[in-house]
Design a protein around this ligand. Structure first.
Ligand SMILES: NC(=O)c1ccc[n+]([C@@H]2O[C@H](COP(=O)([O-])OP(=O)(O)OC[C@H]3O[C@@H](n4cnc5c(N)ncnc54)[C@H](O)[C@@H]3O)[C@@H](O)[C@H]2O)c1
Length: 307
């Protein structure tokens, strides 16, 4: 019988597991659950007999992939897929997918919540700033960026965006101002919300050159990945500019330094929690399962991320 393994160090909510199980059973397949495992050997053992794998932030290394003798497809229930060794999957003809859009609203709401929090001095009883009429730059206009733009307009922010891979007409339709370069985005907007993926081109790309261009009241919001930030530049900007603020969904490596020196101007969530809502959990888990069923039954490769 076709087996689908759900391997989650940090499990899905039980209601999401129920939904996954229902979809798997209705398709005539068997669900194998590996939750709260503590070392990769458990995953290597569990993957040996299964046809498909659903993961969250779990690491799928070459070693794991090589152990999947019958493995045909891996689906990351979520947006980022930098936790899968795509080259190893491709080399073995295994399809890798993500589930785009399923957790975007959760991340977008967090981004706006973080903007309010940092702009109001981390709720420490001090006078802060409002978001209304401020210029917000959306750095990458994908699923999350688009939703952040939409919510920010409700706050009365002026929304700008930069994404060289998205058709201008998409942003124009959303009534978002388009800038022609990343430098223009940073020199125009006092708030920048990051939504770029972490890849070879973007890692450490948010550097001194860009950050130093930001106008007074510079506030950087990072719900993307910590790796996209050049942390030496970040520390330099904090030292040079007393107006600079940074809020991040996951601590940078220099967290302890920032916490000790820049109270009220820096905050990071203790654990990545952008997608940690019941709704996102259910949406992503069920979407991953449906994508697997559709691939195994109909060969549907929509959302494949390794080609
Ligand atoms: N904090 C969290 O829990 C959480 C949850 C979901 C996603 N994320 C992160 O947020 C990122 C965005 O998520 P998404 O769902 O919007 O992804 P997405 O794939 O829909 O959007 C990414 C966008 O980045 C653009 N892009 C790629 N390279 C670029 C570059 N060099 N310059 C400008 N734009 C570039 C792409 O054109 C695309 O529109 C993910 O890659 C992931 O790392 C974090």
């Amino acid at each position: 019988m076709t087996k689908i393994l759900v391997a989650t160090e940090k499990p899905f909510a039980s209601v999401a597991v129920d939904g996954i199980k229902k979809t798997v059973t209705e398709a005539g397949y068997e669900l194998v659950l590996l939750e709260k495992y503590t070392d990769s050997n458990s995953l290597i053992k569990a993957i040996a007999e299964v046809d498909a794998l659903i993961i969250r932030s779990d690491k799928v290394t070459k070693e794991v992939i090589d152990a999947g003798k019958n493995l045909k497809i891996i689906v990351r229930a979520g947006a980022g897929y930098d936790n899968i060794d795509l080259n190893a999957a491709t080399a073995k003809g295994i399809v890798a997918m993500n589930t785009p859009g399923q957790n975007s609203n959760a991340v977008a709401e967090l981004a706006l919540g973080m903007m309010v929090y940092i702009s109001r001095g981390c709720f420490k009883g001090v006078s802060g700033n409002e978001l209304k009429n401020k210029k917000l730059g959306i750095h990458a206009y994908g699923w999350v960026g688009k939703m952040v733009a939409n919510i920010a307009k409700g706050f009365g922010m002026q929304v700008y965006a930069y994404d060289p891979f998205v058709e201008k007409s998409v942003m124009e339709k959303d009534d978002v101002k388009i800038v022609s370069s990343v430098e223009e985005l940073y020199s125009t907007c006092s708030y920048i919300s990051l939504h770029i993926p972490a890849n070879e081109k973007t890692k450490r790309s948010i550097n001194y050159d860009l950050l130093s261009k930001m106008p007074k009241g510079a506030t950087l919001i990072n719900t993307a990945r910590k790796e996209v930030i050049n942390e030496d530049s970040l520390q330099k900007i904090f030292t040079e500019r007393t107006d600079f603020k940074y809020i991040s969904d996951i601590a940078p490596d220099c967290h302890n330094i920032l916490v000790s020196k820049y109270e009220g101007r820096y905050f990071s969530t203790p654990k990545k929690q952008g997608a940690e809502t019941a709704e996102a959990n259910i949406n992503a888990g069920i979407a991953a399962t449906k994508q697997i069923v559709n691939f195994l039954k109909n060969g549907d490769r929509t959302y494949q991320v390794n080609k």
